[in-house]
Design a protein around this ligand. Structure first.
Ligand code: MRU
Length: 379
């Protein structure tokens, strides 16, 4: 908790460790992000006064994870509108800041639609900006509620599959409060199991190359008081072989119409391992992550990131080290080419179930997904 950046004229500092919030100090509205590149060493906030700063925060993963990207995108449109920037330009920049998580474009679109609808209805710029902000706030609240429902549905599903169990759950990447308006997606299910006394252990994949598991999921698990153990991604196989995994729970960045799941690279190998070892492989995501306009896995655009994330080992941020967050130490010979997709795609036949706020689809089929999307949120 070393360093806080306050934007308040009276010098007060708000409570920290909230992934994102909107503030209106006298200097003008701002979007305040918890800078995830500095976790777990420091809880430092990043203050976005314009869309360019927010776009850079999205690209550098200071703010990340599909549902949170949607929320950030919506507030980004509200920020542009409230500060009198070109909203259509902001929409363009934000929607394309990262390609795979469909929530980003979804959140941007929702706020932009609210803004333009208000203008079309005869409202002035101020009213349109207020409409965009109200939509961003609505999306934020909906995501919190979705998270609560996913936790309920997910735990009930685990209870059905593995009755009376205390589960050893393996998870990949980061799916907790840092990516959500609530407690998250897959991590929220683990959290519910923990509170019910049903979490025997959370196995946390470190998640190479950017270590979202080691830096962020372990941080959230520790704060929640869970029994958790960190492993390198390539240790998962021996963990399955030893019979130490009861279920895999992961999130998603985009779910295609056929039920293919794009998630952090390394998810697909886990699904293959899970199938071989007869372990349920469960995806937890809000329906805002389902993209019926993307028919199948092959149509999902997978973000390719800089090879430096692979040829260099990214050093977790250490205050006072003189190294910037995200800096790396080269480990491969100079000039080495790297393959660095940020995500991979798991085909529906390897997914035991998709848990959403509207209920559970299992087995995962195109019809099941389509039917789920038509349900009301009270499922
Ligand atoms: O590249 P990131 O860190 O934004 O990756 C997104 C993720 O955190 C994961 O893929 C996650 O499992 C899905 S978002 C809850």
């Amino acid at each position: 908790m070393a360093d806080q950046h306050s934007v308040f004229a009276d010098g007060t500092t708000p409570p920290i460790a909230v992934a994102l919030r909107w503030e209106e100090p006298p200097e003008g509205p701002v979007l305040v992000l918890l800078d995830q590149t500095r976790l777990p060493a420091e809880e430092v906030e990043l203050v976005c006064t314009d869309v360019q700063v927010l776009v850079e925060a999205i690209r550098s993963l200071a703010v990340r994870g599909a549902p949170m990207l949607g929320i950030a995108g919506a507030y980004g449109v509200a920020l542009a509108a409230a500060r009198g920037f070109d909203v259509d330009e902001a929409v363009e920049l934000l929607s394309h800041a990262r390609p795979t998580a469909v929530n980003l474009a979804y959140g941007v679109r929702r706020a932009a639609t609210a803004y333009h609808d208000a203008l079309r209805a005869g409202g002035d710029d101020k009213r349109a900006a207020a409409a965009a902000l109200a939509e961003a706030r609505a999306l934020h609240a909906e995501d919190a509620e979705a998270s609560r429902r996913m936790a309920e549905h997910g735990l009930a599903f685990l209870d059905e599959l593995l009755p009376g169990g205390r589960y050893r759950i393996l998870t990949h990447c980061n799916t907790g409060a840092l990516v959500s308006g609530g407690e998250g997606t897959a991590f929220a299910v683990a959290g519910a199991a923990h509170r019910a006394g049903q979490l025997r252990r959370l196995w946390v994949d470190e998640t190479r190359p950017l270590l979202q598991g080691a830096r962020l999921t372990a941080y959230e698990a520790a704060r929640a008081g869970m029994a958790y153990t960190l492993l390198t991604d390539n240790a998962a196989g021996s963990l399955f072989a030893a019979g130490q995994v009861d279920a895999v729970l992961i999130g998603a960045d985009r779910i295609a119409g056929d039920g293919s799941v794009a998630n952090k690279v390394g998810s697909y190998p886990l699904a293959v391992l899970a199938r071989y070892h007869h372990v349920p492989f469960v995806v937890v995501a809000p329906t805002s992550t389902v993209d019926l306009a993307t028919p199948d896995g092959a149509a999902i655009e997978v973000e390719q990131r800089s090879g430096h994330e692979v040829t260099d080992v990214t050093v977790p941020y250490v205050p006072g080290s003189g190294m910037e967050p995200g800096a790396g130490v080269p480990v491969a010979p100079l000039g080495t080419q790297a393959y660095n997709p940020a995500f991979d795609v798991t085909p529906p036949e390897l997914v035991t179930a998709i848990v959403t706020e509207k209920g559970v689809v299992s087995p995962v089929t195109a019809d099941g997904i389509a039917e789920l999307c038509t349900r009301s949120s009270t499922g």
